[in-house]
Design a protein around this ligand. Structure first.
Ligand code: ADP
Ligand code: MG
Length: 393
């Protein structure tokens, strides 16, 4: 069954109906204040559309890792004023997310009003997908909307369990947009070009294995490229190598070869004696003993950029070097620029990768910035995400 989107739900009419929205309001706090409101902003469009249609909205989310017990410093309360500001309308806060207190707070809502409920993970039942907790969450509402793509790869009470007790469900705009764009990577208009980088093969092994036979071209950069070079017997100096992943790297390379796909590795490198701002750097073809690879070289960056220019679908996760330090940011900048300039549909995912494209000033020229983290990577691998499957039932 196809997932119902927000527009379809609104067309059916939501005025006066009580809608439980699972949002991702897991924002960093400092001294009881919201330090970065990106996730709150991202949740606003769905909430605004529901409110404008007269729904009575109860918002739930997790924040941090309270491990199943109340922790005052992980309360969602500081999020309420920020959310109210961004929505331009009142937001009440309820110190519970289940039980009579939450029920009363929802009962008090008028049409087009919103209450933010307390951190779901103050209850162990949330992460355990406990049926009693899921039932309690669904008690006072009529409709469920999931807009928290970042937790869609987890079978929790608020992502999966509730759908057993609320018949009418829909995907929020954020979730729908993630699915649509990440599906376009799974079922691409070809050629599909993928660039994977970042710190570790071990973090990205599953996505490497899934995409090596799927992408027309898979280019590798970042620290993980040295484990691939080691697998080919090339010198890697003192670069970060995961010696227990070299066999995995070899397997990824054969998977690409057996499927007739192209797998690209760096052919030149920016090296230094140590990982530090201000150290002397050198561009080399062969990494000397005692040197550390800290970015892809200009020739490699140009080659990757050329492939991005001729792709029709482009997916990128993982910086090409230590982009946080200017001396080692050029490779990442070149790939970011190519992503901004290509006619291809472009999707970038990963916390550091998003930071990188924003640092390079091209965030608004990427078709889709995927904020799903682990969920995004699981989706492009073709895995079924429990939170999405639950909306399909
Ligand atoms: P994302 O968060 O986008 O998934 P990762 O967390 O996998 O990306 O990787 C990002 C990190 O990898 C950055 O902090 C970056 O400094 C580091 N990195 C990239 N290339 C290298 C390298 N050659 N040596 C050491 N660290 C690197
Ligand atoms: Mg990261």
């Amino acid at each position: 069954m196809a997932i119902v989107g927000l527009s379809e739900l609104l067309a059916r009419g939501v005025r006066g109906r009580r809608v439980l929205v699972r949002a991702d309001l897991n924002v960093p706090l400092a001294d009881g204040e919201v330090r970065d409101d990106t996730r709150i902003r991202a949740s606003v469009p769905t909430l605004r559309r529901l409110l404008a249609s007269g729904a009575r909205v109860a918002v739930v989310s997790h924040l941090g890792r309270p491990k199943g017990a109340p922790r005052p410093e992980l309360s969602l309360r500081p999020v309420a004023p920020r959310l109210a500001e961004l929505l331009g309308s009142g937001v009440s806060f309820c110190e519970a997310c289940i039980g009579p207190e939450a029920g009363d707070a929802i009962d008090r809502l008028g049409d087009g009003e919103l209450v933010l409920l307390e951190n779901l993970r103050f209850h162990a039942g949330e992460e355990q997908n406990d049926p009693d907790f899921a039932k309690a969450l669904s008690e006072s509402v009529d409709v469920f909307v999931n807009d928290a793509f970042g937790t869609a790869h987890r079978a929790h009470a608020s992502t999966v369990g509730v759908t057993n007790y609320i018949a009418e469900t829909a995907a929020g705009d954020l979730l729908e947009s993630e699915i649509e764009h990440l599906r376009a990577v799974r079922e691409p208009v070809r050629p599909l070009m993928v660039v994977l980088g970042g710190a570790k093969v071990s973090d990205k092994l599953a996505v490497l294995e899934a995409l090596a036979p799927h992408a027309d071209v898979l280019a590798i950069g970042g620290a993980m490229s040295y484990s691939f070079m080691a697998a080919k017997g090339e010198p890697t100096g003192t670069s970060l190598i995961e010696s227990d992943r070299i066999e995995d790297a070899r397997r990824v390379m054969s998977a690409a070869e057996e499927s007739g796909r192209k797998l690209l590795l760096p052919t030149d490198h920016v090296v230094a004696d140590r990982l530090e701002a201000g150290v002397p750097t050198q561009v080399v073809r062969e990494i000397p003993a005692g040197s550390m690879g800290l970015d892809i070289g200009p020739e490699t960056a140009e080659r990757y950029a050329g492939e991005i220019a001729s792709a029709r679908t482009f997916f990128w996760n993982g910086p090409m070097g230590v982009f946080e330090i200017p001396e080692f940011a050029e490779g990442t900048r070149r790939v970011a620029r190519a992503a901004a300039e290509t006619a291809a549909m472009t999707v970038v995912g990963g916390g550091d990768s998003l930071a990188a494209v924003n640092q390079m000033g091209v965030g608004d020229r990427i078709t889709h910035l995927s904020t799903g983290g682990g969920a995004s990577l699981e989706y492009v691998q073709g895995l079924e995400l429990p939170g999405i499957a639950a909306l399909e039932r």
